[in-house]
Ligand binder design. Structure first.
Ligand code: AMP
Length: 979
């Protein structure tokens, strides 16, 4: 019986096989009595004396044979008994009696009366006593009446030919020391030639590396369960058992033994693995050759030790080749963009034979001469931020932000794998130096002719480093998508020839320092003259354009090389060469261009687990200590606890766990929050510490926010904060949302309940799960996970046709502002959702909460503009709030309205900021005002000369004009209030 068949059968219930599953049928028999082998008299007792007679005859081989005969056929009423001596049972419960006899056919005997019989009876009597005195017939139990059957064997008895019969009968359930057999003749002519009594045993057997002892069969048809013991060098996989049947056969093997590590099975035994081979587990069938970079010098190896310089991590299977730490990463490319640097490198040439190479990036700040360096401050202390993280990077790239401008840094990237810590030798590291840069403004001047334009610009401050060259890009207005030209010069003046007369061209300039290219400056439109004239433009009327030039390491080296080499028109490749789109994008973890990053939806991953691996750090569960339950999330409890990572200090964390019995889909949805959160790194976005996915329960670990969710926190502290503190909270949320919208992430569920507050009142945006994202079914538009779209927080276009954008997040943000100022009041109070939708559609908006400054309510109303493009951007909101925090005087005027804002009421008599600027002929500054966050006329009232300078309004005449108009507005406003 092979292992495979056996193990299959073991999974079935053994009783099903009792009848059909016979393993060995070759029983061994133990003889208790054999009349043929008796040398002298058998000494059996016969009575009456004229009945059975002991007679010796010769068999065919002339061997004397003891027989008992009786043949009183001529007389009636015969009752002749023949009884054996006590036959000891020897532990057997069932014995077999084989008798050989001849029986005369009554017809063959001439003149016998009708009382002649052709049968006799066989009996037994159990006894503990070796001698039997007074035996009564009634004490004997009949075994059977024996008749001659057809299978006669012919035997010569004297001159007669007799037929020899063989019959076997069994006696079951014996329990005393022994038993007597008795043969009763009632008038037949019989010769008992042989009586043999025996019992059966199941012979010693070895099966499935288990030894089963020689076993006496049970009585009746009972099976004897026998426990086997493993052969030498084998161990139990499952307790081996078999049944010894009454017939002496083994039945139904259950369980088995297997050779222990270092041994393999051979012909029912376990033999040692030879040197050079090993067997790690008892479950392995055979010894295997030692894996690469390991060897075993002795027999019986359960593992092959690694060669010098190679290692095996604890988690590595013994069958895996021994590996070594990786070599250093190679070919580092750094792309500096002002105070950020994107680093990409090639994986180490030698991975050490493993697939688990990760990278750690270390940062040092150095003096200009590079002689002395010191570690960069860590992220929490305002130092650089590493995206996606600093340590344990799985992809060979990282983005380092928030570096100090014009500073030398030395970065080192080390490659590690699963055996780096075992080697004891230092990790292989690659170093490289980076110098950050700073944005500067230059003034651009121009001069035109019929077919040429001369541009001149101011050299940037020496502080940004030496400008190596300038790059001028130009194209015919509205022809940008056909082609454009790139020119380079070392001078800060350039004449562009060969232009069409009377045609408008768009120019942009950028500089390259030893740190690389900066960003392109703004566009300047210049028209060539219709007449042939060569007059230099009046420098006083020179177009002033802020051109931002940033040093940095060459990013578009290849592209620029193309321009430099060809020196002529290059085809415009959309999306690759749009100077406005100088952005860094993370796509499946790949860094593209510097600038900003784009959020990657976990659904873009074929394998959602890869998204988790890419964006979330796996945390060993032993580093986490859960302390208490603090809330209930959609997928399970939220607890607080502590996280102690190696060589980090212990921190408080929140631990969300996935409740038991989840489906694969729920696990994915639960972890999607981590793969989204892990992409963010901002002080106003809840920070992901990592995930536990390798053991259950699956957990998401985030920073702990002592004051819990913002809505309940505000309700608890109703009226207890200053307006500046409330503004600080709103500013934080807006900053977090600006970060998210810059990354193209639309939150969809921005509400105070999804903002968490820490002990320093810092508000952080949270709740990034995927499961609440609406389904495709239009019916599902009104439902989210276990509920409705948050109607009260959602913009009309998102409710009506599911147009969720950063602009719809801005709407929600306006509601959050309202929640903050009203200390957690429910938006639209107890109105039904349907009524809210209707009122909003009719143009009504939430009134200012009690004690709400007018400017804040104006900002809320701007967020609730029906047209989504009319709403401010988060960047503008942040700037507006910054202005208000800097100029708290602007907050003095309270709205104190408690009625619905009627859509017919103009927000301010003077109109919008754009209209006002147009009215004073300063329309060219619309962008500057809007990007500085001045989206309502109310906010403009606080602008001072310093604010104008920061916005880039630097001409004294323009500043005067604007400030005079603001004064007028303030007077108007005051009289309006008095009226
Ligand atoms: P969530 O599943 O994100 O809605 O979390 C449920 C609740 O757990 C929240 O409303 C908070 O009260 C609490 N909670 C979640 N995350 C944190 C955290 N990082 N710090 C403190 N409390 C949290």
């Amino acid at each position: 019986m092979g292992f495979s068949t056996l193990s299959n059968l073991q999974t079935l219930r053994p009783h099903l096989f009792l009848l059909s599953f016979i393993v060995f049928v070759s029983f061994s028999a133990v003889t208790l009595l054999d009349s043929m082998s008796a040398l002298g008299d058998l000494g059996w007792e016969a009575y009456p004396a004229e009945g059975w007679e002991e007679i010796s005859v010769m068999d065919e081989r002339n061997t004397p044979m003891r027989t008992y005969q009786v043949c009183n056929v001529m007389e009636a009423s015969q009752n002749n008994w023949l009884r054996t001596g006590l036959i000891p049972r020897e532990g057997a419960r069932r014995v077999y009696v084989e008798i050989k006899f001849t029986l005369r056919d009554c017809n063959s005997l001439p003149g016998v009366p009708g009382t002649c019989k052709e049968t006799f009876n066989m009996y037994y009597h159990e006894s503990n006593s070796p001698s039997l005195r007074h035996v009564r017939e009634s004490q004997f139990i009949k075994i059977d009446t024996i008749a001659a059957d057809e299978s006669f064997t012919q035997v010569d008895v004297g001159d007669r030919v007799m037929k020899l019969n063989t019959e076997v009968r069994d006696i079951s359930n014996l329990s005393k020391k022994g038993f007597y057999l008795a043969f009763q003749d009632v008038g037949a002519c019989i010769a008992l030639v042989s009586v043999r009594v025996f019992y059966k045993r199941c012979p010693m057997a070895v099966l499935n590396l288990a030894r089963f002892p020689d076993t006496v069969t049970g009585g009746d048809s009972a099976l004897v369960e026998v426990r086997g013991s493993c052969v030498e060098d084998a161990e139990e996989l499952e307790a081996p058992r078999m049944y010894c049947s009454a017939d002496g056969g083994w039945l139904v093997p259950i369980g088995r033994c297997v050779c222990r590590p270092g041994f393999e099975e051979h012909e029912g035994r376990c033999q040692p693995c030879r040197s050079g081979s090993y067997k790690a587990s008892s479950l392995d069938a055979h010894c295997s050759k030692c894996p690469a970079h390991s060897h075993s010098t002795q027999e019986q190896a359960s593992e092959c030790p690694c060669e010098k310089g190679f290692f095996r991590a604890d988690v590595d299977p013994r069958s895996m080749a021994c590996t070594r730490p990786p070599s250093a990463p190679e070919s580092v490319i750094s792309t500096v963009n002002e105070t950020s640097v994107a680093l990409e490198w090639s994986p180490p040439r030698d991975s050490g034979g493993r697939g688990d190479v990760t990278y750690n990036v270390h940062c040092k700040q150095c003096t200009a001469d590079g002689v002395s360096c010191w570690p960069c401050r860590s992220g929490g202390g305002g130092g650089p931020h590493f995206v996606p993280r600093q340590f344990g990077l799985s992809l060979p790239q990282v983005l380092v932000t928030d570096l100090q401008p014009r500073t030398n840094y030395t970065f080192s990237v080390e490659a590690l794998n699963g055996v780096s810590d075992l080697s004891g030798s230092p990790h292989q590291v690659v170093f490289f130096n980076v110098t950050t840069s700073q944005k500067v403004n230059v003034v651009l001047k121009e001069r035109k002719s019929r077919d040429s334009i001369t541009l001149a610009w101011q050299e940037p401050d020496q502080a940004v480093g030496t400008v190596l060259e300038y790059e001028v890009i130009y194209y015919e207005k509205n022809q940008r998508h056909q082609n454009y030209t790139v020119l380079k010069t070392r001078s800060n003046i350039m004449t562009v020839d060969g232009l069409k007369p009377g045609t408008t061209y768009v120019f942009r300039v950028r500089a390259r320092t030893d740190g690389g290219y900066g960003n392109y400056g703004g566009e300047i439109e210049l028209e060539t003259s219709h007449e042939d004239m060569l007059a230099m433009g009046d420098p006083n009327q020179a177009t002033i354009l802020a051109v931002s030039i940033a040093g940095g390491v060459v990013l578009l080296v290849l592209l620029v090389a193309c321009f430099v080499v060809s020196g002529r028109h290059c085809g415009y490749i959309k999306a690759k060469q749009d100077p406005d789109e100088d952005k860094m994008q993370f796509q499946h973890g790949r860094v593209k261009l510097p600038g900003s990053r784009t959020y990657i939806h976990p659904h873009t991953y074929e394998d959602p687990n890869q998204a988790v691996r890419d964006f979330a750090k796996e945390i060993d569960v032993s580093s986490i200590r859960i302390e208490r339950v603090i809330g209930a999330g959609e997928f399970g409890e939220v607890c607080s606890g502590r996280l102690k990572l190696p060589s980090k200090r212990e921190i408080c964390v929140a631990i969300k766990s996935l409740k038991a019995g989840y489906s694969e889909q729920q696990r994915r949805d639960f972890l999607s929050e981590a793969s989204i959160m892990g992409q963010f790194d901002h002080p106003n976005i809840i920070h992901l510490e990592g995930v536990v996915t390798k053991c259950k329960p699956v957990m998401i670990i985030t920073e702990f926010m002592e004051n819990g969710s913002l809505d309940s926190f505000l309700k608890k502290h109703d009226g207890q904060f200053t307006i500046i503190q409330l503004l600080g909270m709103m500013r934080g949320i807006a900053a977090g949302m600006k970060y998210l919208s810059d990354m193209n992430y639309v939150h969809r569920d921005l509400a105070a309940r999804n903002i968490l507050v820490n002990s320093n009142l810092v508000c952080k945006v949270s709740d990034f799960g995927l499961s609440r994202v609406l389904e495709d079914d239009p019916e599902a538009a009104y439902t989210t996970r276990g509920g409705k779209i948050p109607i009260r927080w959602t913009s009309p276009e998102a409710i009506a046709y599911r147009k969720f954008t950063s602009a719809s997040d801005v709407w929600s943000y306006g509601i959050v502002m309202w929640e903050v100022v009203s200390y957690g009041e429910r938006p639209y109070w107890e109105m039904s959702n349907q009524d809210v939708i209707k009122a909003i559609d009719e143009g009504y908006r939430l009134p200012a909460p009690m004690d709400c400054p007018v400017v804040l309510h104006q900002l809320m109303l701007a967020c609730w503009e029906k047209g989504r493009s009319d709403r401010p951007k988060f960047g503008q909101i942040v700037n507006t709030l910054d202005q208000l925090i800097r100029n708290p005087g602007c907050l003095k005027e309270l709205a104190n309205s408690s009625v619905w804002q009627d859509p017919g009421t103009p927000e301010l008599a003077a109109g919008t900021v754009e209209e006002w600027l147009d009215s004073i002929k300063m329309g060219q500054y619309k962008d500057q005002f809007s990007s500085a966050g001045y989206v309502t006329l109310d906010s403009v009232l606080c602008v001072n000369v310093g604010d104008l300078g920061k916005m880039g309004v630097i001409l004294a005449g323009h500043q005067k004009k604007i400030l005079t108009s603001i004064q007028n507005l303030q007077t108007e406003q005051a009289s309006h209030v008095h009226v």
